[in-house]
Design a protein around this ligand. Structure first.
Ligand code: ZN
Length: 243
């Protein structure tokens, strides 16, 4: 965890109490993996991928892999959103990225095994928000159907970016839950150490023509804080219950 006077001030002014989650055998969980793909997480894999090793991204992948193994061993449902764009449909304000069919839009090597697992649903999406990206041409929603058919009561969310695709998905899901579209879903839980965001420090942004400043630790904290403000539970540890 990075510390600096600004981050300390931010965490002081916007304190975030985090819980711990023990995965109970008595609750029906679903795991959502948001965009843990090469184009955002593998060094040098594309215009939005990290240019060099990033500790927070490595940690996020490690935790996503660990929890995915727990879910797969228990045959609990997993839904993986994979950002995948048509080359003619840009996603403003970002440059073209994660084109459908490219390796950028595939799961990172540590999670590629999930493609073969029967409990895993892969949903390629062409917008930030996985909830909106799950709407099909006939109006049905792959994510809503997945929650209902698996009778998911508690949703655990990990991935990137905390303040972009994770936050957008969490906000839409909580609004849909409030409107009664996601019964029996009760809880949306965001695992802070299983999420992260990209790093574009202000010093770099000021000398670049591309994009606004996006300091990783600040934006990660903001994403969690705003998700909590919409009603998500934020946890900093996820453990499997002792058998
Ligand atoms: Zn995208």
């Amino acid at each position: 965890m990075v510390s600096s006077p600004i981050i300390d001030l931010l965490k002081n002014q916007l304190p975030l109490d985090q819980e711990r989650l023990v995965l109970s055998e008595n609750v029906r969980y679903g795991l959502v993996l948001v965009d843990i793909i090469n184009g955002f997480c593998t060094v040098g894999a594309g215009p939005l991928a990290p240019a060099e090793h990033n500790q927070q991204i490595s940690e996020m992948i490690k935790e996503a892999e660990r929890i995915s193994k727990v879910f797969s061993e228990k045959k609990w449902p997993i839904m993986a959103f994979l950002d995948s764009h048509h080359p003619d449909v840009p996603e403003y304000p970002y440059p073209p990225h994660c084109l459908t069919g490219s390796d950028e839009s595939n799961l990172v090597p540590a999670l590629r095994w999930l493609e073969e697992e029967p409990n895993v649903t892969i949903r390629r999406k062409d917008c930030y928000d996985g909830f909106i990206g799950s709407i099909q041409n006939d109006g049905s929603n792959v994510f809503v159907n997945w929650v209902k058919s698996n009778k998911i009561e508690s949703l655990l969310v990990v991935g990137v970016c905390t303040d972009i695709c994770v936050l957008d998905f969490v906000c839409s899901t909580l609004s849909a839950k409030t409107r009664g579209f996601l019964s029996p879903l009760e809880d949306v839980v965001v695992y802070s150490n299983g999420c992260t965001t990209f790093d574009f420090p202000v010093e770099v942004a000021q000398t670049s023509k591309h994009g606004s400043a996006h300091p990783q630790e600040i934006m990660h904290h903001m994403g969690l804080y705003m998700a909590k403000g919409r009603g998500a539970r934020i946890v900093n540890s996820v453990l499997a219950a002792e058998p």
